[in-house]
Design a protein around this ligand. Structure first.
Ligand SMILES: [Fe+2]
Length: 231
């Protein structure tokens, strides 16, 4: 689990690492995106091993570190120390949970559009528990999220496969079980998810599932419909 996997030639790579969470072993993903200027954006940065740092240096300069919600911040302080020229973008709620995290720009700040004109930010409003913002990368037609949906498959550790069967996430794209109970406003969520569904994306990449390509739109919508969100 130290080698980057190519999702889209010379543009998108992923790295999955095992993470224990709530008694199950999930795969937690870092996505590497090559921006139009050739530099790299790291989404949900993993604690950078020597092997990962070497692969990233071979690809190009790391310019942006994205903390997509208030949970996916653990590897960012170490990544920021390793790549001091990178700007850290994330929500204030992550900063509140991790005092070592320093944000250069809030993910909701309109100035992000000047820094990253090729990206659109799509906040998942109505779920303050996550405080997640999904990114849409226009050049690669890719939606990048963290916990907006989750799924388990045969590649996963038995602990998560077993829990996923019970919670309906096995080989199905679903809202994460711990998020279901925390949906604050379903009509607000509906507007947010609709904005994602309207993007002409070819894939949805999230933190704990295989890359979702075929039928991503129907699968994302179904996951939220099951939770009573009208789409
Ligand atoms: Fe997560």
């Amino acid at each position: 689990m130290t080698k980057l996997t190519t999702v889209l030639d010379d543009r998108i790579w992923t790295l999955d690492r095992p993470v224990w969470f709530g008694g199950v072993r999930l795969r937690a993903r870092t996505t590497v995106l090559r921006l139009d200027d050739g530099s790299l954006l790291l989404h949900s940065p993993a604690p950078p091993s020597d092997a990962l740092a070497e692969q990233l240096r071979a690809l190009g300069p790391v310019r942006i570190l994205i903390v997509p919600n208030c949970f996916h911040h653990l590897g960012t302080p170490a990544s920021a120390a390793l790549f001091p020229d990178a700007r850290v973008v994330g929500p204030a709620s992550a900063r509140a949970r991790n005092k070592a995290l320093k944000l250069d720009l809030d993910i909701g700040d309109a100035r992000l559009n000047e820094v990253l004109p090729e990206l659109e930010t799509l906040p998942l409003a109505g779920v303050p528990f996550l405080d997640e913002t999904v990114l849409y990368h226009r050049p690669t037609r890719t939606l990048l999220g963290a916990d907006v949906v989750i799924s388990a498959c045969s590649q996963d550790h038995w602990t998560w496969r077993a829990a996923a069967r019970i919670t309906g996430c096995y080989e199905r794209v679903r809202v994460p079980p711990d998020v279901r109970k925390t949906i604050a406003d379903r009509s607000v969520v509906a507007r947010s998810v609709r904005a994602m569904l309207e993007r002409p994306a070819e894939r949805l990449i999230v933190g704990h599932a295989d890359v979702i390509e075929t039928g991503w739109r129907e699968r994302l919508a179904e996951a939220w419909r099951v939770e009573g969100v009208e789409l």
